[in-house]
Design a protein around this ligand. Structure first.
Ligand code: PAF
Length: 314
């Protein structure tokens, strides 16, 4: 196994780079800001979990020319920064590099393709949740599983490059032949929770507990599932979109979702890549007026709070 490059020094990037580094994997965290990269390289990263905290030394670089050749590039930036980040890390990639996205929403694959049309691509989702504390340490909410699969001409073996690397660090990772159902199932959950919890300023648990919020979330879940079906995505016979959203709300009841954290911090949110992408895919057979309205409302809230010019959203 060659080098793994994780792009993006947010909570997920720091956490995964630290877990891989701890397991002895050859991993570099790429941070486009030289000063922050130097600081992280010198001080390492603190991971904070329920049973305490630990300090992990990391290889962090800012210059992609010094990073490669990368066997595996994993993008862990906000969805709106994917194209920028792919361009930034390009100097570390070769024709054999496997590019992986586990990011929220839709549109990340297209963003990578715009930069590297022939990229060997794998995509999926992770249920790991973490956020960055003000001092740069990582609060781990849950280390969950990852599901990944090949996109277009990529093979199962390409997806296994990521799963083998993840498993070296003790991270559960399943490889599936078609990742789209998994990606859309996560999209149903994000589209129903994130804008509603974000606009209401409430933790995830309130979305299922507060009656009027829940009626809206359930309607969004059904709307996204109907767009998925119109896109010929098979969400699976046993998948109930409303029950799936309720379950994540209950399991993450005290979490403040990523969109709420972004709004509060004055950062751009991922709404365009979640509800916004669903609205773009709507058709007369599967309309998405709720996703469209929620996208407009979150964009209005962003415009009021916005302060960040960070291209990686970190
Ligand atoms: O975006 C998030 O915050 C998470 O994906 C989720 C599942 C909504 C939990 O907070």
């Amino acid at each position: 196994m060659g080098r793994t490059v994780i792009v993006g020094p947010g909570a997920m990037g720091r956490l995964h780079a630290a877990l891989l580094a701890k397991a002895g994997v050859d991993v570099v965290l790429l941070d486009y800001r030289p000063e922050r990269a130097k600081d992280l390289r010198e001080r390492g990263v603190v991971l904070r979990h329920a049973s305490g905290e630990e300090h992990v030394a990391l290889s962090v670089m800012a210059n992609p020319e010094e990073v490669g050749p990368a066997d595996l590039v994993v993008l862990m930036v906000k969805a709106y920064s994917t194209e920028w980040a792919a361009r930034h890390v390009l100097a570390a990639a070769t024709d054999e590099t496997v590019w992986a996205t586990l990011q929220n929403g839709l549109g990340n694959i297209e963003s990578i393709r715009r930069v590297v049309p022939s990229a060997v691509l794998v995509a999926g989702v992770t249920t790991t949740g973490a956020n960055l504390a003000a001092d740069g340490s990582v609060n781990i909410a849950a280390v969950g599983g990852t599901i990944v699969g090949p996109i277009e001409t990529a093979s199962l073996a390409d997806a296994q490059r990521l799963s083998v690397t993840w498993q070296q660090a003790g991270l559960a990772c399943e490889v599936v032949p078609d990742p789209w159902p998994t990606i859309w199932r996560k999209l149903v959950v994000n589209a129903a929770i994130n804008p509603i919890a974000g606009l209401a300023g409430r933790p995830n648990g309130d979305v299922v507990e507060v009656d009027h919020l829940w009626r809206l979330a359930a309607a969004v879940a059904r709307e996204v599932a109907s767009v998925a079906r119109a896109e010929a995505v098979d969400l699976g016979a046993g998948f109930d979109p409303v029950e799936a959203v309720a379950e994540v709300c209950r399991l993450t009841a005290t979490n403040r979702c990523s969109l709420l954290q972004d709004l509060v911090a004055g950062r751009r949110t991922e709404i365009d890549y979640i509800n916004g992408e669903v609205a773009k895919r709507a058709s007369p057979e599967a309309s998405a007026p709720l996703c469209e309205a929620l996208t407009t409302l979150v964009e209005a809230a962003e415009a009021q709070h916005s302060s960040s010019a960070d291209p990686e959203g970190n």
